[in-house]
Design a binder for this molecule. Structure first.
Ligand code: MG
Length: 335
């Protein structure tokens, strides 16, 4: 019954979670929230994580009600993500691994999301849509790899939403995407926006500059409201994501779809994906904010799978990397 602790800090969430054989023993998290109109910078985000990591670690142990002696393995996010925050959290993971004399495993952040989604929803072999502030990928498992069928060719869908929230000066608390989702409920008018899918790939940066440019004009002339713009942006982006996910499902003959990543808790995205799934006779799986937003337990869970399959990372190789593709990892724990 291995018990694994996971350290996550690849972006503005710092999370430490403990997993014991599929059971989440604890999963505390703190978020670095910047003022409206501002994004989070790597250096400030790293400082935030450094300031809170020890209290979050203590909380993770206290809530799980275990001593560090009962932990069998340390898992940390190796990448992808922002360099400075990644390194500040990996340093603590490396330190406790040596202090407590435990093995350590570097985990791919995207695979953390996938394994957490599979654990929580019990989806067996889903086509995965991974959507967050830093990533947008359509993924399916085949022959020891999580293969990327489609992805963004520029910015992530969550980055598009976050940056539009900054333009509107929406609050970053609890997250810009959450506040866009709420604003979108006030929207009545669908403003036509560019719709950019290329095969199974998607592109968002042109849509962002278009809505920034046209949106300002329409707001000024009173032809639309901020709610209309949020509504139109969500409908367009999510339709693109549902389209490419459906194409991957058709290709794989898949009857399960799993949405993971921070944007995955958007109820409208879940609704649209659910309609597509139902029309194909497939089942939609999604999780809530505790597990789809970056957290420590997801790193612990992927680490648990790796550890049980016999993998550990030599301490000399416990570095971080900002670029680390999902399909680089050999999935030793699945058939
Ligand atoms: Mg993420």
């Amino acid at each position: 019954m291995p018990t694994v602790i996971g350290f996550e800090g690849s972006a503005n969430k710092l999370g430490i979670g403990i997993i014991r054989d599929g059971e989440v023993l604890s999963n505390p998290r703190v978020t670095y929230v910047t003022p409206p109109g501002e994004g989070f910078q790597p250096r400030d985000t790293a400082r935030h994580h450094q300031a809170h990591v020890l209290e979050v670690l203590q909380k993770a142990l206290d809530e799980a009600n275990i001593s560090h002696r009962e932990i069998d393995c340390i898992a940390y996010t190796k990448g992808p993500g922002m360099g400075a925050p990644l390194v500040s959290v990996a340093l603590v993971a490396r330190t406790v691994a040596q202090l407590w004399n435990k093995p350590i495993i570097g985990v791919n952040h995207c695979i953390g999301h996938i394994e957490m989604g599979r654990l929580i929803t019990n989806a067996q072999n889903p086509t995965v849509l991974y959507v967050s502030g830093g990533n947008t990928q359509v993924i399916a498992y085949s022959q020891k790899k999580y293969r990327i069928f489609g992805e963004t060719i520029d910015i992530a869908v969550g980055n598009c939403l976050d940056r539009f929230a900054r333009i509107l000066k929406l609050s970053n608390d609890p997250s810009p995407g959450y506040n866009i989702e709420q604003k979108a409920k006030e929207g009545k008018k669908l403003i036509e926006l560019p719709y950019v899918t290329k095969g199974m790939d998607v592109s968002f940066s042109g849509i962002l500059s278009h809505i920034e440019h046209v949106g300002r004009k329409l707001l000024k002339s009173g032809e639309c409201t901020p709610g209309d713009l949020c509504f139109s942006l969500q409908e367009t982006l999510f339709a693109m994501l549902v389209e490419v996910t459906e194409r991957a499902m058709a290709h794989c003959g898949s009857n399960e779809v799993l949405i993971v990543g921070g944007v995955g808790c958007n109820k409208r995205l879940q609704e649209m994906m659910g309609i597509m799934a139902e029309e194909r006779g497939a089942k939609l799986f999604a999780t809530d904010m505790r597990f789809c937003i970056d957290n420590g337990a997801m790193i612990a869970q992927a680490g648990w799978e790796m550890f049980v399959s016999g993998i550990t990372t030599p301490i000399k190789e416990t570095f971080c990397t900002q670029r680390y593709r999902t399909d680089e990892v050999e999935v030793t724990w699945r058939d």
